[in-house]
Design a protein around this ligand. Structure first.
Ligand code: CP
Length: 292
């Protein structure tokens, strides 16, 4: 595997191997990577988790991490993404983690660069390492994914997490259900009422409302949204025993999830973040080993 662009490119064995390796790394396995690889993280959209955990993963693997700040790069002078990547290729980088607001930005790079590209999120498209860490967290919790009932609730049409997780969870035999307002359904078949999906869910994953992708779409009431589509304390009380709460974050407390539930004993939100670093170590290791 030279690049990781989308969950669609991964077969079941690829996914399970990556999760297995992430588990070994979490349990303290040493990296088998020879020294000398150089990577950079190109984030053209804000990020707390993905950028920081990639950087931590890179340092733990002993990689040389070259700083890149999009706000101080020649992108501001009109340089295209393609020219930025070709420039970093010429300087000698091996791999680039890229987050970009444009859906499928990576298509302009495919077959045109020898640098390995890891997609850190493309617009409303895909977020493969988030999906892998979601799968890892579910597998760690339940021992496997086959037959799990996972409900993804929120702004699914604009969510790269919902799309990546749909592709992966269905491949691995989980049943994925969606809940969202009709205007944010996109091509998902989704419930409009928590009663249709809540009580038998093994995991309930909330999504942030992606205002930055809505354009001019009228008014939004956080209170009304929370009341109708949020995971409230009352709804959480109706979840069966053992159900876990997930969220890719950033969280808007009191909107898609009640403030008190973010750190509830059933919440795995910070566990997801923790697991993300090991999953990203496994991804980087797999891709860089493939280049040696
Ligand atoms: N889940 C996620 O991608 O978070 P960041 O936007 O903070 O990286």
């Amino acid at each position: 595997m030279n690049h990781l662009l989308s969950m669609k490119q991964l077969g079941t064995d690829d996914i399970l191997n990556m999760l297995r390796r992430a588990g070994e790394l979490k349990r303290g396995s040493a990296s088998g990577l020879p020294p000398g690889h150089t990577v950079s993280n190109l984030f053209f959209e804000p990020s707390t988790r993905t950028k920081t955990s990639f950087e931590m993963a890179e340092r733990k693997l002993g990689l040389s991490v070259i700083p890149f700040e999009s706000g101080f790069s020649s992108a501001l002078k009109g340089e295209t993404l393609y020219d930025t990547v070709k420039t970093l290729e010429a300087i000698g980088l091996d791999a680039l983690v890229i987050r970009h607001p444009e859906d499928r930005y990576y298509e302009q790079l495919e077959g045109r660069t020898s640098v390995s590209i890891i997609n850190g999120g493309d617009g409303s498209g895909q977020h493969p390492t988030q999906s892998l860490l979601d799968l890892y967290t579910l597998q760690e919790e339940f021992g496997g994914l086959e037959g799990l009932k996972v409900t993804i609730a929120g702004d699914v049409a604009h969510s790269r997490v919902a799309k990546s997780d749909r592709d992966a969870l269905e491949k691995l035999g989980a049943e994925v259900r969606y809940l969202c307002p009709p205007e944010w359904r996109g091509d998902f078949e989704a419930a409009d009422d928590w009663s249709d999906v809540l009580e038998d869910s093994d995991a309930v994953m909330l999504l942030r409302v992606q205002h930055e992708r809505h354009g001019e779409s009228g008014s939004f009431s956080a209170e009304a949204y929370h009341e109708r589509y949020g995971l409230t304390e009352e709804r959480a009380a109706r979840m069966k025993e053992g159900t876990i709460i997930m969220h890719p974050a950033p969280v808007n407390r009191g909107v898609e999830i009640a403030d008190s539930l973010v750190e509830d004993p059933r919440s795995r939100i910070f566990r997801q973040v923790e697991n993300g670093m090991f999953v990203r170590m496994a991804v980087l290791e797999t891709i860089l080993k493939g280049r040696d």
